[in-house]
Write a protein that binds this ligand. Structure first.
Ligand code: SF4
Length: 249
């Protein structure tokens, strides 16, 4: 339980720690230079620019922390915070994670969790009509007679894989469900169907690539389980999928 908790908070913890280290280093170096030699004009310009960058980083991070609990308004501010999350803070956490020998997979899971919190708080009290359930091809049994490409309705409901239950869920909540065999097809499906929100099932690597690739679209990430190894007859918790759909409807 303790380990699971640390895995969840790893991403926000690493970003916060990085910002504390950067702030401490900045003031240590700037004040050190000032008291030792005094600051030249160029030093003053440089330290002022670095200070502004630091303030922007801290402000943006606080905005992201707030967005895990409440919807950020105006929407341009929410988009800015999200841009910073995907294009700056993810890399900051990754860099400190590498230096401190953190497992990539834990950091990815924590990042996806953080993203999910933001997506859920932004969607609170909003009823989404166009929900897309995006599934990986590896959920299907390898010996299935039917080749499910994009539409899961061709599944014959034999019940040997989770597609049957997901099909029932999609019918029950009237959401679109599609199988993507790769990143290009996923992008095409998103472009064609133009969903308000996506519930995406995949492994760590594909989810990270997906949420970063289409960062403007709210994506609730659901990790699949891989009892037989990667990309082969994977499974997923349909309860988690149902939880996400109910939150968005
Ligand atoms: S549940 Fe559907 S997709 Fe899965 S093995 Fe059976 S027919 Fe194929």
């Amino acid at each position: 339980m303790k380990e699971y908790y640390f895995a969840i908070i790893k991403f926000p913890l690493l970003v916060s720690l990085s910002l504390v280290i950067l702030t401490g280093s900045f003031f240590g170096i700037a004040l050190g230079s000032y008291f030792k030699l005094g600051l030249s004009l160029w030093d003053t310009v440089l330290y002022t620019a670095l200070f502004i960058v630091l303030v922007v980083l801290i402000f943006s991070w606080i905005l992201n922390l707030i967005s895990t609990h409440r919807k950020i308004q105006p929407s341009s501010m929410a988009i800015y915070a999200k841009w910073m999350l995907f294009h700056v803070f993810y890399y900051i956490a990754k860099a400190l994670g590498k230096i401190t020998f953190q497992k990539d997979i834990d950091l990815q899971e924590s990042f996806l969790n953080f993203n999910n919190e933001i997506v859920l708080s932004a969607a609170a009290n909003i009823s989404h009509r166009n929900i897309l359930l995006l599934l990986p091809h590896c959920l299907q049994r390898s010996d299935c007679d039917v080749r499910i490409t994009s539409d899961i309705n061709s599944c014959k409901d034999c019940g040997r894989c989770d597609i049957t239950d997901i099909k029932i869920l999609a019918d029950k909540y009237q959401v679109k469900a599609a199988v993507a065999t790769g990143g290009s097809l996923a992008r095409k499906l998103i472009k064609d169907l133009n969903p308000d929100v996506i519930v995406a099932v995949a492994c760590h690597r594909d989810l990270i690539a997906g949420v970063r690739d289409t960062w403007k679209v709210p994506i609730y990430a659901v990790l699949n389980e891989r009892p037989k190894g990667p990309c082969f007859e994977t499974t997923v918790s349909t309860k988690t999928i149902e939880f996400a759909i109910k939150k968005f409807q």
